[in-house]
Design a protein around this ligand. Structure first.
Ligand code: ZN
Ligand code: ZN
Length: 126
């Protein structure tokens, strides 16, 4: 069995926050998720179902090396409205508008943006 790595653990006895899997009252505990993980299962953060690790895409940035959402939830999201090009484009536009407004009104933000541009492209900024 692998050691509990997650720091997001609640004590299964008193349900209190147990940092690094150690409850102040009940000592070292292992969260149910950790048990599942040790057995090769993982709970999807979206649908909440416990599925075998193969049902999750790999992600080296997470603690257990897998995505928080299972493949079918990811696939559903990819097909959802939020990810359609037209919506993505609108979101991008929104972000640009917000940034442009900030750029015009916030000298610190302007300086930061310019500094980043200079860093990215020293030639063009000359
Ligand atoms: Zn406890
Ligand atoms: Zn899911």
């Amino acid at each position: 069995m692998s050691k509990a790595r997650s720091t997001f653990v609640n004590c299964p006895i008193c349900a209190r926050w147990a940092p690094y899997g150690i409850c102040p009252d009940h000592g070292v505990i292992q969260a149910p998720e950790e048990v599942a993980l040790a057995e090769g299962f993982k709970e999807c953060s979206k649908c909440g179902l416990r599925k075998p690790l193969e049902s999750f895409s790999k992600n080296s940035r997470t603690l257990d090396g897998h995505q928080g959402q299972c493949k079918s939830c990811r696939a559903a999201y990819d097909k959802s409205w939020a990810n359609r090009p037209v919506v993505r484009e609108a979101n991008l536009r929104n972000m640009r508008d917000t940034n442009n407004a900030r750029y015009a009104n916030d000298p610190a933000f302007r300086e930061m943006t310019l500094a980043r541009k200079r860093k990215q492209n020293p030639e063009a900024a000359k």
